[in-house]
Write a protein that binds this ligand. Structure first.
Ligand SMILES: [Zn+2]
Length: 233
């Protein structure tokens, strides 16, 4: 991991993350698949080093709201998320909202804060909020609210996903070249979500971020200006 400035200066990336500190990492996303596509390589890097990672999805990807019993969307996509998490050695967690019907009001801010704070995270990832999907924007806002009201205790990093994210200017990078096969497997675990279309798109972004940072493939992040730093793997 190195900053863009380091890259321009030709400085070698320093090992910034102490090998002995075990971290609790939560990667949030609007839907099953978002944390995997946007951060799956970084998740693999964390879990390979013995850190604990939770993928927290805003909803199950259900087809109706409220979901009917046995909703094929939620049953299929929940199982896909759990399989993706097994591949990444992470744990799946769901915040209980409905696909395409995200609610941002006081009660939902408070409910989400309880879910996230119960995990006692050291590091949290969420969508960059300028995004074309309401559910992505919603969970980004829920995370940001928890970050501020909870006293900025965890490091907060923003990530990008596929064609949905706009105007994202990352400053920190994680080399995912060596873990791409597991990233691919985790994304393809979401078989109902046309991975043959979306995975090549994400790889195009990873190659571009790799060009920026001096790696073959990279995932790119922007830390909140008030965030703790140097907690990327
Ligand atoms: Zn999504």
């Amino acid at each position: 991991m190195g900053t863009r400035r380091d890259f321009l200066l030709g400085l070698a990336a320093a090992p910034l993350l102490a090998q002995t500190a075990k971290l609790k990492v939560v990667v949030t996303g609007g839907h099953p698949g978002d944390p995997e596509y946007g951060c799956g390589g970084t998740v693999a890097r964390y879990t390979d080093r013995g850190h604990e990672v939770v993928l927290l999805y805003l909803n199950h990807g259900e087809k109706s709201c409220p979901a009917s019993a046995g909703d094929p969307g939620s049953t299929v996509r929940t199982a896909e998320a759990q399989q993706a998490c097994r591949i990444l050695r992470a744990r799946a967690l769901f915040a209980g909202q409905c696909d395409g019907h995200a609610v941002l009001d006081n009660a939902h801010y408070d409910d989400f804060r309880k879910v996230l704070e119960a995990e006692q995270p050291d590091v949290v990832f969420t969508h960059w909020p300028v995004d074309q999907h309401r559910d992505h924007v919603a969970i980004s806002s829920l995370v940001h609210d928890t970050f501020l009201r909870g006293g900025k205790k965890f490091a907060l990093y923003y990530y990008e996903v596929g064609e949905d994210t706009f105007m994202f200017s990352p400053t920190e990078y994680v080399d995912i070249s060596s873990v791409e096969p597991r990233l691919r497997a985790a994304c393809y675990a979401h078989a109902s979500q046309t991975p043959d279309r979306f995975y090549p798109e994400q790889m195009r972004i990873s190659r571009f971020r790799g060009d920026e940072s001096g790696y073959l493939l990279a995932e790119a992040f922007l830390p909140h200006i008030r965030s703790r730093r140097n907690l990327l793997p």
